[in-house]
Ligand binder design. Sequence first.
Ligand code: SAM
Ligand code: SF4
Length: 338
Amino acid sequence: MPLGRTEPPPAKLIDRFGRRVTYVRLSVTDRCDLRCLYCMSEKMTFLPRNQVLTLEEMARLGRCFSELGVVKLRVTGGEPLVRPNVIWLFEQLGRLSGVRDLTLTTNGTQLSRYAQALRDAGVTRINISLDSLRADRFHRITRLGQIEKTLVGIETACRVGFEKIKLNSVILKHRNHDEVVDLVRFAIERGIDISFIEEMPLGVVGDHDRAETYYSSDEVRRDLSEHFELLPTIEGTGGPSKYFRLVGEETRVGFISPHSHNFCGDCNRVRVTAEGRLLLCLGQEYSADLRRALRANPTDDERVKRSIIAAMDLKPRGHDFDLQAKPIIFRHMNMTGG
Ligand code: SAM
Ligand code: SF4
């Protein structure tokens, strides 16, 4: 189903600092088949099902946001592809005329099964998380994962032919920092992009001291520049990644650097958690309860839209991430939707 058939409506979501919100990340579940050690603690309690929005409620929210000028939707989680019937939701979101970009962030374990259906539903781009190419390390970082499943998922996605596929790698010192060159080569061989991410202090993960394992984007770039020629480019995807082109290759290398290169000034996004909490900033707790708005107004989208518009006043100037301090954000990344 083609996207972006008509001109999107003008942006109606503008915050106190004049930033236009045109991008929403929708978390469809807090559950996951992996337990990555920077994202979750080993023992997790997940939300009771009745607290999670139904797929119909999520589709309704997608429609409200698109009518408010949102042109990009990213479905995330938890692991979005473990939610039963999630393809139905992609099909609904893929039909929204104002949405130009319907994207997904996934750990790739279910892609061999779902990649074609996602493409058919209108998904344009996929981000796939991959922190290591070594089976033992991959298992240690994800606590539960078998690398084969993710690698087969990546190959299937490459065959299906999305507009863009990007790998996401969270880099931790002494865990995987020595693999950045191999990961870039893996991306080059497949003609796909890759972003390196600095770990954010979200939730207590109990595995490591985040200040000790911090490995900055500048260090990754320095390591890469010993092997590749990196040319800065202003191309972007409207996100926080700063991109570099590799001379002579299709692949672009991005850096998401919440600590070393703050990107809040350009923030154009909000997030909705699986329980319908509209989060105005990844690194702050300001939020609005959209589940209540949806359930109190089952047939009145205008009221839901008014709640969303009102929430824009809560969007803070930026995050206050501090690796030296105790985490001030107790929600884990699987709650927030990365
Ligand atoms: N399960 C899917 C996946 O792993 O791609 C989607 C959800 S996951 C929370 C989204 C992204 O957030 C992944 O790329 C993951 O590596 C990243 N992530 C998780 N916890 C993080 C943290 N504490 N700091 C930085 N990135 C994190
Ligand atoms: Fe699951 Fe993604 Fe979090 Fe890993 S990063 S535990 S795959 S939600």
